[in-house]
Design a protein around this ligand. Structure first.
Ligand code: DLL
Length: 428
C-alpha cells in the first residue's frame, strides 16, 4: 500500500479507536481527561502524540478486566503473559481480534514464502502463552497444514518432523537450536535425507544475526524473525521478508512509535529507543501508546521486497533485561553474538552476576561443541582468551569465562533464561 494511503487509513482508524476506548473504558477516559485531551482533538495520526502513554503497570493495576473495551459476552478467548511474579497480564480477544491476529501471522508466513502446500510444526507452547495458538491460527488462515506439537518431547518432535515431512518450524530460536543439536546427535536421523524443513518462524525472545547463521546452517533452512507481544495481540505483529533485512510491522493494525524512554519524546527517525504501539483495530483489549520496553529502531526506506510497511531492526533487548555491570550496560544478545563468532562454541551460555565486597562479579558459562571438547589445556586456555578479548573489546568490561562440557547448560523449551542476577536478591 502506498504510504500516503496507509497514513489516511491509520488516521481513520486512530480516530475511531480513541473514541471507542474513551466511550467504553473508564481507564482511558480518566487518563485522557487528566491529560486534557478529548477524542475530538484526535483528527489524524499526527495527533497521536497528544495521547497519554500506558504501560504494563496499568494493565496490572486494572487486572483483570479494567482495560477491556468489549463486553465479556463478546470476548471469545483469553491469553495471559508469563509474569514471573504477581498477577499476569490477561488479554481478551473478540472473534474479530482473533481473525486480525491470524491475518498478521498469515502475512508473516507469506513473507517467508510459505503457501498452503506447507506443513507447519508449531512447537511454541500452547496454552496461556500466545505463541502456540497464534502460530496455529495464522497457519490455518494461510491454508497450510498445522501440526499442533507444542513444546517439549523432543524425540517425538523429531519423529513427527521426519514422518510427516514438516516444511516449516515455529518455535523460539533457543528451542530451535536445541532441536538442531538433538537432530545432529540422533543416529537414526540424517538432516539431509530425513528432514524436509525449509524455513523457521522464530521469535518470542531476542536473537542475533549470528544465531540466525547457526540455525540456518544446522537445520539447512532460512530462519526468519517473527515478533509480537500479548498486550498487542501475540506473534505476528510483524515478520521478516525474504530479504531478512528488518521485521516488517503490520502498521495498518499496530501503529509503532519509537520514544526516548527517559524523556518520553519521539526520537529522530532511525534512532534507537523504546517501541510503543497503538492497536488500531483491537476490540477486546485495545492499547493506546503502550510502552513495550523493547529497544529497537524503525527503518522507513522502501524494502527490496516491495512492501511499504515500516521495518524494525532487531530487538536489542528489553530495557528491563539490560544489566548494568560495573556501570556498563550489558544486553544478553550482545554476549550471544560474540560467543557465536567463535565457531568452537555452540551458542549455549549462562551469565551469573553477583556483588562481592561491593564489586560486581560477571561470570559466563559457555558450552563447546562436542567435536572441540578436549583435555588439551592449551587449546582450552586459548579459546577462553579469545572469547574474553572479544567481550572486553565489545563490552568494555572483563567477564570470567568458564568453558563447560557440551550439554551441561539447561536447555529451554520456551523462552530461554540466560541470566541469573544474584544482586537482585540481596539488599545491599
Ligand atoms: O512472546 C509473542 C510471540 C510468540 C512472539 C511467538 C513471537 C513468537 P509475550 O510472551 O507477551 O509474547 O512476550 C513479548 O517477547 O515484548 C519482546 O520482549 C519479546 N519478543 C517477542 N518476539 C520477539 C522477537 C510473545 N522476534 C515479548 N525478537 C516482547 C525479540 C521478542 N524479542
Amino acid at each position: 500500500m502506498d504510504r500516503a494511503k496507509l497514513r489516511e487509513l491509520q488516521s481513520e482508524r486512530l480516530v475511531k479507536i480513541v473514541k471507542y476506548t474513551y466511550d467504553n473504558v473508564q481507564f482511558y477516559r480518566e487518563r485522557m481527561d487528566e491529560a486534557g485531551v478529548k477524542p475530538s482533538d484526535i483528527k489524524s495520526i499526527d495527533d497521536i502524540s497528544k495521547l497519554p502513554f500506558m504501560q504494563k503497570k496499568d494493565l496490572r493495576d486494572y487486572y483483570p478486566y479494567g482495560t477491556f473495551a468489549a463486553p465479556l459476552k463478546d470476548i471469545v478467548r483469553f491469553h495471559a503473559s508469563s509474569g514471573t511474579t504477581g498477577k499476569p497480564i490477561v488479554a481478551g480477544y473478540t472473534q474479530n481480534d482473533l481473525d486480525n491476529w491470524a491475518e498478521g501471522v498469515a502475512r508473516c508466513l507469506t513473507a517467508y514464502g510459505a503457501t498452503k502446500d506447507d506443513i507447519l510444526q508449531v512447537s511454541y507452547g500452547y496454552g496461556l502463552f500466545t505463541g502456540g495458538l497464534g502460530a496455529h491460527d495464522g497457519g490455518q488462515k494461510l491454508g497450510a497444514t498445522v501440526l499442533p506439537m507444542s513444546s517439549g518431547n523432543t524425540s517425538k518432535q523429531i519423529m513427527l518432523m521426519k514422518d510427516l515431512g514438516c516444511t516449516g518450524l515455529c518455535c523460539t530460536p533457543s528451542y530451535a537450536l536445541f532441536l538442531a543439536e538433538s537432530i545432529a546427535e540422533d543416529p537414526d536421523t540424517d538432516i539431509e535425507k530425513d528432514i524436509k524443513l525449509k524455513f523457521g518462524a522464530f521469535g518470542a525472545e531476542p536473537w542475533t544475526e549470528n544465531m540466525r547463521k547457526e540455525l540456518e546452517s544446522k537445520l539447512r533452512i532460512k530462519a526468519y524473525d517473527i515478533y509480537g507481544l500479548t498486550e498487542v495481540s501475540g506473534p505476528g505483529v510483524g515478520g521478516e521478508c525474504e530479504y531478512q533485512d528488518g521485521t516488517h510491522l503490520w502498521e495498518d493494525m499496530f501503529y509503532p512509535e519509537i520514544i526516548d524512554p527517559v524523556t518520553l519524546q519521539p526520537v529522530e527517525p532511525g534512532q534507537q529507543g523504546e517501541l510503543v504501539f497503538t492497536t488500531l483495530l483491537k476490540e477486546g483489549m485495545p492499547v493506546i501508546r503502550y510502552r513495550t520496553r523493547d529497544l529497537t529502531h524503525l527503518i522507513y526506506d522502501k524494502c527490496r521486497c516491495g512492501r511499504t510497511m515500516v521495518r524494525m531492526g532487531r530487538i536489542l533487548g528489553r530495557s528491563d533485561d539490560m544489566m548494568i555491570i560495573r556501570g556498563v550496560n550489558v544486553f544478553p544478545s550482545t554476549i550471544e553474538s560474540c560467543i557465536l563468532e567463535i565457531p568452537e562454541f555452540n551458542g549455549q551460555y549462562f551469565v551469573t552476576v553477583d556483588r562481592v565486597k561491593n564489586v560486581d562479579t560477571f561470570d559466563i558459562d559457555v558450552e563447546l561443541r562436542p567435536e572441540f571438547y578436549t583435555d588439551n589445556m592449551d587449546k582450552m586456555l586459548n579459546l577462553k582468551a579469545r572469547l574474553t578479548m572479544r567481550l572486553v573489546s565489545v563490552l568494555g568490561i572483563k567477564p570470567v569465562i568458564h568453558i563447560v562440557e557440551p550439554n551441561t547448560i539447561a536447555r529451554s523449551q520456551g523462552k530461554a533464561k540466560h541470566v541469573l542476577d544474584k544482586r537482585q536478591f540481596k539488599n545491599e
